[in-house]
Design a protein around this ligand. Structure first.
Ligand code: HAM
Length: 411
């Protein structure tokens, strides 16, 4: 047998059903926030990601030369595509609020919560410079997690690249990009080695101060008390205040800088409160990407959330939907009544129920066994009673069986 590739998943009906319930909930939350669904190509020119995503993500692409000699890739993220789509539509009324839930591909080493193919929910707002849009996007991300039963099980950690940059400058650091890149890797290197490297980039004094700052984590009002950096401080306090109006509490954590190169302001990640898993989702503000693709200057803020870590944490918390298939009705057929049974199935299907029907001409006993295996809630036995407009209905949970008028179940 030919094995499937490492880091890819086969999705059988049981898993797919659970996933669909979760995905539908996420999409409907986005709709309730006034976001509109889009979709995009799964393959793009590699160039698109070279422009602004950063070397790391380009290294991770599933890229190849197509038959026309073009260098193309399966998409490793959606943000450049969405920015391109936005840049080529001048007629859109701002703010634009879009969401999508595509598959994407990254050639990473597969491990817990990290795959080579995954789904990633994306939501972005374009055209708003102010922190109001950051708040709306953050509130959506948190409402999604809350509505999935994860309230209190995660922490929304927010930072600000502008504030960090101001802080680094104030400490006399010149190699700011390098410092960001190192801070982004903080949790992946031992503290000693991290400090050593930070000292190399920032100098002894700044490194010491930064070590303290990077450890701060708490309510913005609290954390900002110890940081003296004017205007951005007010912006962050405003963000926190707005989120309180949404009923959401964020945590300020200045060690969050995010790996992608295009972020220009607020950045955030939702983390498992118990610290077992990687980030559940990540995003931030990227005000300079749309114009790179030929649009006018369009501020933007959004986030991406993969299905892999989400599934792990939901399973741990016991809120991932049960992985089993089920149908509302199974139509069991007494020999000689197939056409009548098909009519009954179609009536129920038209009424909106999920209905399976015997296709194998098996004995009634075997049909009942099959109905049990596929978790049918009710079995409708179609036999001679149908001539009087009646069927036998068995409630598979209670085991109660009764003869009822067909109109009672078809409505
Ligand atoms: P990202 O941090 O690269 O950001 O990915 C966002 C989320 O996608 C991660 O937190 C994780 O849930 C999921 N993810 C990423 N890589 C993998 C993987 N190999 N396997 C499973 N899940 C993964 C972005 O992609 C940005 N484009 C998000 C964004 C949208 N920023 C603004 N708008």
């Amino acid at each position: 047998m030919i094995q499937k590739l490492k880091g890819f998943r086969d999705m059988y009906p049981e898993t797919m059903r659970a996933r669909r319930i979760v995905f539908d909930k996420i999409n409907s939350t986005a709709r309730r926030f006034g976001f509109h669904e889009i979709d995009a190509p799964s393959v793009e020119r590699l160039e698109l990601f070279r422009v602004k995503s950063g070397d790391e993500i380009v290294k991770q692409t599933f890229s190849f030369e197509d038959k026309g000699g073009r260098e193309i890739t399966l998409i490793p993220e959606l943000t450049p595509t969405v920015a391109r789509m936005l840049a080529s539509r001048k007629d859109l009324v701002k703010p634009v609020k879009w969401f999508a839930f595509p598959k994407m591909w990254r050639y990473e080493e597969p491990q817990s919560g990290r795959l080579r193919e995954f789904y990633q929910f994306n939501a972005d707002i374009f055209g708003i410079e102010g922190i109001e849009a950051d708040a709306e996007v953050l509130a959506l991300a948190m409402e999604i997690l809350d509505s999935l039963g994860l309230k209190g099980k995660y922490e929304m950690r927010v930072s600000d690249r502008i504030l960090m940059e101001e802080l680094l400058k104030k400490y006399g650091v010149e190699r700011i990009e390098e410092a960001f890149r190192l801070i982004d890797k903080k949790d992946k290197i031992p503290e000693e080695a991290f400090y050593e490297e930070l000292r190399n980039i920032c100098g002894e004094d700044a490194a010491e101060k930064l070590m303290d700052i990077l450890k701060l984590r708490g309510a913005p009002e609290q954390v900002l008390e110890s940081i003296d950096i004017g205007e951005r401080k007010d912006t962050l306090l405003k963000l926190s205040k707005l989120l309180k109006a949404y009923g959401k509490e964020i945590v300020l954590d200045l060690s969050i800088v995010r790996g992608l190169a295009y972020y220009t302001g607020i950045v955030f990640e939702a983390h498992d409160a118990r610290g077992e898993f990687r980030a559940i989702l990540g995003g931030g503000r990227y005000d300079n990407v749309v114009e790179l693709f030929g649009g006018t200057h369009t501020p933007a803020v959004g986030f991406g959330m993969g299905d892999a870590v989400l599934e792990l944490i939901m399973k741990r918390e016991g809120v991932w939907p049960e992985e089993r298939v089920e149908v509302d009705y199974f139509i069991a057929i007494v020999p000689g009544f197939r056409e009548r049974a098909i009519e009954v199935a179609m009536q129920l299907r038209k009424a909106g129920a999920s209905v399976d029907i015997d296709l194998s001409n098996r004995s009634l006993g075997k049909q009942m066994k099959y109905a049990n295996r596929i978790n049918a809630k009710f079995v409708v036995i179609v036999g001679e009673e149908i001539e009087k407009g009646e069927v036998v209905v068995k409630n598979m949970e209670s085991g109660v069986q009764e003869t009822v008028r067909l109109s009672e179940i078809t409505g």
